[in-house]
Design a protein around this ligand. Structure first.
Ligand code: FE2
Length: 390
């Protein structure tokens, strides 16, 4: 960790500038520092949660004095409260926001933890053994990190029993139960209520865009697959969106700025609706989510008349990119295997299959926040062990 080298106040105490070794420098607003003061009246020592409201921070807060105590700590005196607080220099370094890159990334950016991919992932699709991952935290950590990075992974060596898919979810989080149940069957039926339950091919899609919030993870496990074809297909929609932005900026603009409607009322006892953009960006242009599902796009009722053509042009263009062979990774799930996708990002589909043989899959939903939390805890434990060894 870099040591502190200098600290000074700017703008009549409204800003504090902190310098660390090797020329790293960042400014902090007085209000930001006061809101994050690590004293027991501001942040709970037990859980780190904030104990004050923003109105409890004086509107005219300013810093009277900022002093380097030693290499790792600095002391700040906030006025008009006359409150003296000691900050950890490492914490400030880690949480600084005065960075040249902030607010300047191209629209549709993703953070460094995400790697966009095309068919080159075919040979390197992440995979873990259920037996190993359930006993070895390092193996589980690697698998979860791969899901965070690529948005897709396989698991093998699962118990060949109905509902085993839930045991996989329990390795990292919680099953997201829906009107389809805790888990659901995906196999050919006569009179299907949903096209997923037939032998037809399925265009790649994200699941359940008609829910709000959408389930952010989907899992599909295989109990039997002896049909010809029926291969699974996955496409990184974040890669497709990147191509769309490069090749057709107007299409990208239409799909990020116009609201789409998604609906599902297939079984009579549900009527699910959501209204979201097909490509969702954060306020700083970060690419957050894609909702892409030809079966579930409802009548578009919230797009201005003048912009409907632009929406459909963009939708068609995105769909064409999604079907490019150079973006697709395909594989056949064998009994005892499963794949998991980040359902805000990686689309999945199926090559059609014929009647001979049988294909029995089970699906379940879960959420990314639980997965990321488990991964962060495993990473913290692993780095603590590494430090001990060092
Ligand atoms: Fe699906």
């Amino acid at each position: 960790m870099l040591g502190l080298s200098n600290v000074k106040t700017l703008a009549e105490g409204k800003v504090v500038q902190v310098e660390w070794a090797e020329g790293v420098c960042a400014r902090f607003h007085a209000v930001w520092l006061r809101d994050n003061s690590p004293d027991p009246e501001t942040l709970s020592p037990a859980n780190g949660q904030r104990l004050v409201r923003i109105q409890d921070v004086p509107e005219d807060v300013w810093v009277q004095a900022a002093t380097v105590l030693d290499d790792a700590r600095l002391e700040i005196t906030f006025m008009p409260e006359r409150k003296v607080v000691t900050f950890d220099a490492g914490w400030l370094l880690e949480n600084r926001y005065d960075r040249p890159s902030n607010g300047k990334a191209a629209t549709g950016w993703t953070n460094d933890e995400i790697v966009r991919w095309g068919k080159e992932l075919q040979e390197d699709l992440p995979v873990a053994s259920f037996r190993t991952a359930s006993q070895n935290p390092d193996e589980l950590r690697r698998w979860l990190a791969d899901i965070r990075r690529y948005g897709v992974a396989k698991m093998i060596d699962m118990p060949l029993e109905s509902g085993a898919i839930c045991k996989v979810v329990e390795l990292f989080g919680y099953v997201r139960e829906t009107n389809y149940g805790r888990f659901f069957e995906v196999r050919t039926e006569v009179n299907p209520v949903n096209l997923a339950y037939t032998g037809l091919g399925l265009q790649v899609h994200t699941d359940n865009p008609y829910r709000d919030p959408v389930p952010t993870l989907q899992l599909l496990s295989c109990l039997d697959n002896s049909v010809e074809g029926g291969d699974s297909l996955v496409v990184d929609s974040f890669r497709a969106v990147e191509l769309l932005r490069e090749e057709a900026p107007e299409a990208f603009k239409a799909l990020t700025s116009l609201p789409a409607n998604y609906t599902f009322a297939g079984t009579g006892d549900v009527m699910l609706r959501s209204k979201r953009p097909m490509i969702e960006l954060g306020p700083d242009g970060e690419l957050l989510a894609v909702r892409f599902n030809n079966r579930s796009l409802g009548p578009l009722t919230d797009i201005p008349f003048e912009q409907m053509d632009a929406f459909y042009d963009g939708y068609r263009k995105l769909a064409e990119i999604m079907e490019r062979p150079e973006l697709a990774v395909t594989f056949k799930l064998r009994p005892g295997e499963l794949f998991i996708v980040d359902n805000t990002r990686v689309t999945h589909g199926r090559v059609g299959y014929e009647g001979s043989g049988s294909r029995w899959l089970q699906g379940a939903y879960a959420d990314l926040d639980g997965l990321r939390s488990t991964l962060a805890v495993l990473e913290r434990q692993a780095s603590a062990v590494e430090e001990e060894v060092a």
